[in-house]
Design a protein around this ligand. Sequence first.
Ligand code: ZN
Length: 340
Amino acid sequence: MAENGSYFAGLDIGGTTVKTVLVDEAGDLAGEMVEVRSQVKDGYEATFGQLELALVQLTANIGISREQVCGIGMDVPAPSSDGVIWAQANLAPDWVGTNVRDCFSQRLGGVSVYMTNDGNAAALGEYAVRKKHHGGLLLVAPGTGLGGGLVLPGGRAYEGQNGLALEVGHVSVPHREENGELPKCSCGLTGCLEAWVSLMALRRRVGIELAKTENAGHPLNDGSTVEEKAFRLRDFAKAGDELAISIFRQQGRILGYGLADLVRVFDPGLVVIGGGLAETVGFRDDYLGWVMEGFEERAWPVYLRSPINPEKETTQFEWASGGDSSAALGVAFSAREMFG
Ligand SMILES: [Zn+2]
């Protein structure tokens, strides 16, 4: 049976796949997530074809016409401003400099499209799944790098004047290697937060620690690659291995230092931690404890508890819902807010 009313689509464009959802007027998920290949390396027109395929499937699944899709939110894995991608690493060159948001809107006969980057979409997704949460939130996601996004109270992502805000991975942290040096970051600078808390940082740390004489007999010194060692480190930490724990503890604490500064700037009330690095069941609580340790070391007491009501935590920390469809849901939710 065909359904009435307005719907909003969320299209989360990643390097390999596009995850897509529909939400209804109330902001609730309508039907199942549809995932298609993104084909981003074949040019944006190829991806648009895939997005249209997904829209056909999404609408068919719940028996509505495409005309009932009144707005679309999409996110791209690159910094973008007002529909235009500024720079990219994993997309075909024609994505840069074209207003892909407006092109896609025209292709669909003028339907309104909102476009943002993947960090904002993930933050919006965390906001969308917390139905009882009315304040804003700051998301940080340690993975290969360190992504982030800020949602303001009311549900809009803060994107900055040029869409370049919340590059949280590249704020400086007051921490040095044992030899006094600042670690190199993927961005070309040194001393960035990302250079301490990402997967890249984990690999560097594992290499440094295992090269020390006192760790020569560690079971990870088994001839495997540094990538494999870093991958296995979580299991070692979970099993109580002191070296593995000390490496993750340092990462968590330094993320806490960075968060103390970010919270001083934004006072988000809620910090959500996502990303693939610590996403192991049974390990996340330990990691979060180390983040809190670092945060408490560098944040003023007012960012921990209200001086007026000491029962009240002024900054709460939570894990990301981590759902596969959460970024798609986030941009769908924004499209509903903007175009509904
Ligand atoms: Zn950097």
